[in-house]
Design a protein around this ligand. Structure first.
Ligand SMILES: NC(=O)NC(NC(N)=O)C(=O)[O-]
Ligand SMILES: [Zn+2]
Ligand SMILES: [Zn+2]
Length: 479
């Protein structure tokens, strides 16, 4: 049998091989069988027990009872390169992804320097990623007031390969990524319509009555999580989504932005905001919404004073809200899950002071999202099929990746092989590939679900704690 042309890309470098398992997650259910990989794609999927004899003579890997699932597709990762590689980076971030069973990441346009808001800055991203990608990485472009009314600027960003756009409705904390209003967002949707690509929105709206002096007035206990939580109420999410209502309506059949799609990132409020989303969906708007593992795993009562690892925006809310998020996910009102992996330099977390008001926000989680979603989901009876829809099928669709996100003939051979029943303590002894393991909110938790192997387009990029020698992930650019 032929070896793959660049054998350093894979720990099992064969042009053609079989993967066997008693639990393969396919769009038609979990089957016992074998997946044939040829030239990096899925050549066939066959059902049956004891298929070893059928594949004899060929190369194969028999994973027994371990689960073979489509690799996870994370539509919300901040990789921060170029310019903020000391926060994360293509190399560290994609190594963590490979170790966590994620095979595709879509990078957010902010936190790198410069932000990805033009063709030139997108080129800098792609250039900076060369030879550093252990998984495939696509890029969202930024919608900002400066380009929102400039259709040719948005056109060229789309033509250069951005998979869609991302906007903030509140200050992002990043100077070259100013916030947009609903008029900018409408313009963005109209520009995206002809490309059939989505606009992702950070939906929190700061009320007019609010000023930063007011914000810090009377705040005494800056180490208390409750203090921070009060400064970003659920009404901010609700107000943003209400403000988006007319833009959403334009995505309906016959609307000015028919063909475009609006996606709300990191929903935390599972009350009024969720109701508005349900209404918009049922009125025919092309709308979807994600939540993140930290909103599903933690509630405000769990967060200790001064533990700024848990600071993010929108904030982690109360326990009832967390239960509502799970129900919404199980009932299909929340479409998918993303990491919002958003690390920073540890100093910015101000662990010494534990000041929630001044610490940099963002949760670091990329490598752990599979066991976290699974472990906390077990109490809600989630299935492998649901997990795979939330983490692979729907995110791949949002990002326009029709050859990813499902184990079916013709798709990319992107897989995670994992043991859902295997428990482990996530402590400092664990091999963590994030640039800064200690800022992760998950250190110190006990999780269920150990990743054994990860394949990206047929390359075994991670196996048994080891990465393939060469980084052979590719930048994904829309055509
Ligand atoms: N600048 C950021 O990375 N912001 C991110 N920060 C969070 N979520 O706390 C985000 O996605 O809004
Ligand atoms: Zn955000
Ligand atoms: Zn984010």
């Amino acid at each position: 049998m032929m070896q793959r042309s660049n054998s350093e890309c894979s720990l099992f470098p064969h042009e053609q091989f079989w993967i066997l398992s008693k639990r393969i997650v396919t769009p038609d259910g979990v089957i016992s069988g074998a997946v044939e990989v040829r030239g990096g794609n899925i050549a066939s999927v066959i059902e049956g027990d004891d298929l070893q004899s059928s594949v004899i003579g060929g190369h194969f890997l028999d994973y027994g009872d371990a689960v073979v699932m489509p690799g996870l597709v994370d539509v919300h990762a901040h990789l921060d390169e170029p310019g903020k590689t000391e926060w994360e980076g293509f190399s560290t971030g994609t190594r963590a992804a490979a170790a966590g069973g994620l095979t595709t990441l879509i990078d957010m346009p902010l936190n790198s320097v410069p932000s990805t808001v033009s063709v030139e800055t997108l080129r800098l991203k792609v250039e900076a990623s060369k030879e550093k990608l252990h998984v495939d990485v696509g890029f969202w472009g930024g919608l900002v007031p400066e380009n929102a009314f400039n259709e040719s600027a948005l056109d060229s960003l789309m033509e250069a390969g951005a998979l869609g756009l991302k906007a903030f409705m509140c200050p992002s904390g990043i100077n070259d990524f100013p916030m947009s209003n609903s008029t900018h967002i409408k313009e963005g949707l109209v520009a995206l319509a002809k490309y059939n690509r989505p606009l992702l929105v950070h939906a929190e709206l700061v009320p007019d009555s609010h000023s930063s002096t007011q914000l810090n007035d009377g705040i005494s206990d800056v180490r208390s999580y409750a203090t921070y939580l009060k400064t970003r109420p659920a009404s901010w999410e609700e107000a943003a989504i209400r403000d988006l209502q007319s833009a959403m309506q334009e995505t309906r059949v016959g609307g000015h932005a028919e063909g475009a799609h609006l996606h709300i990132v990191h929903l935390s409020d599972a009350r009024a905001s969720l109701e508005l989303i349900k209404d918009a969906k049922s009125s025919g708007a092309s709308l979807s919404v994600e939540t993140c593992p930290h909103y599903l795993a933690f509630s405000s009562d769990d967060i200790k004073d001064g533990d700024t690892r848990f600071k993010c925006a929108p904030p982690i809310r109360d326990e009832d809200n967390r239960q509502n998020l799970w129900n919404a996910l199980l009932e299909g009102h929340i479409d998918l899950v993303s990491s919002d992996h958003s690390p920073s330099a540890p100093e910015l977390k101000l662990f010494g002071e534990g000041d929630f008001m001044r610490a940099w926000g963002g949760i670091s989680s990329l490598q752990f999202v599979l066991p976290v979603t699974w472990s906390y989901g077990l109490k809600h009876g989630i299935t492998l099929t649901q997990l795979s829809k939330w983490w692979s099928e729907r995110p791949a669709k949002l990002a326009g990746q029709d050859q990813k996100g499902a184990i079916k003939t013709g798709n990319h051979a992107d897989f995670v092989v994992w043991e859902p029943e295997m428990e482990f303590e996530l402590d400092e002894s664990h091999n963590i590939y994030h640039r800064h393991p200690n800022i992760s909110a998950y250190i110190g938790t006990r999780l269920s679900g150990k990743v054994l192997s990860t394949f990206v387009r047929g390359n075994l990029v991670f196996s048994d704690g080891e990465h393939a020698p060469k980084a052979c992930g590719v930048p994904i650019l829309a055509k």
